[in-house]
Design a protein around this ligand. Sequence first.
Ligand code: PHE
Length: 339
Amino acid sequence: MIERINRLLAEIEAIKAGSLEEVEQLRLKYLSKKGLVTVMFDDFKTVPAELKREVGQRLNELKNKAGQRIEELKSGFDQVQASSATSLDLTRPVNSMQPGTRHPLSIVRNQIIEIFGRIGFTVADGPEIEDDWHNFSALNFTADHPARDMQDTFFIATNPDILLRTHTSSVQIRTMENTKPPIRMIFPGRVFRNEAISARAHCIFHQVEGLYIDKNVSFADLKQSLMYFAKEMFGENTKIRLRPSYFPFTEPSGEMDVSCLICGGVGCNICKHTGWVEILGCGMVDPNALENCGIDSQAYTGFAFGMGIERITMLKYQIRDLRLFFENDVRFLQQFTGS
Ligand code: PHE
């Protein structure tokens, strides 16, 4: 038995293979169920008891050696394969990878940030998941205020309410709570409302709100800043008009229209033949909102405004359906360039 083991051991040490298939043949020859090494274990039963210990050891040695040798041969081929895979085939066509383009909403958001940056507004952001205080109560939306109906949203928890913010006015509150005036900031971000999706509305959209608080800030400052914005955004000939409106956290409040870019104010179906298109809400910050954030409303006044980035983008590029922004069709997205 020992002699047979030695012979097999010598044989196995000398095996060579020319391919991976040959290695597999060798593995079957020695190590499969009926393999030369395996059957030796069957014969082990016949070994006299006093030799079992020595023979057993040698048998295990043989089996390990055979396994090792087969692995060695195999890994030799693995290396050969790996190195041939890295060799270059210069005739292969390249993988065509098209660089993406910036999303139109990002382009317009960056423009808005840049325009207000030129008149001293810096940028801040806040959480998309808000509590009732920052999204509603601090902004004068008391618990049963009807204005809450217009901003129904998605609630993560109730009592106390945790919700997806309906506007970036929540960031105005957070800023006023943490910053001493003067404050001159804009707040771009994603907002959420419980709206059916259509060409003009979506349950997710984007806003930029602005806030300016200092001593002696007046409605004239509001109007001048927004006029500057409109002309920079839509062109020097753009006219603006302010209509009275209502928001719980501004008093007085207004909505701003710009003269229709498409027809120049003559009337078309984009402006519903009025010559004007609404682009934002605005007003003087209600003293209550200031006091809610620890700002002395006797010493300070301020204005705020808020616009939907989708609306501005649709106007600027004459896009008729808001859903296009969310569908990620590259044929749509590739039409916009810029930073
Ligand atoms: N937060 C308001 C909205 O989302 C917009 C707004 C902002 C109005 C600031 C006035 C002042 O509808």
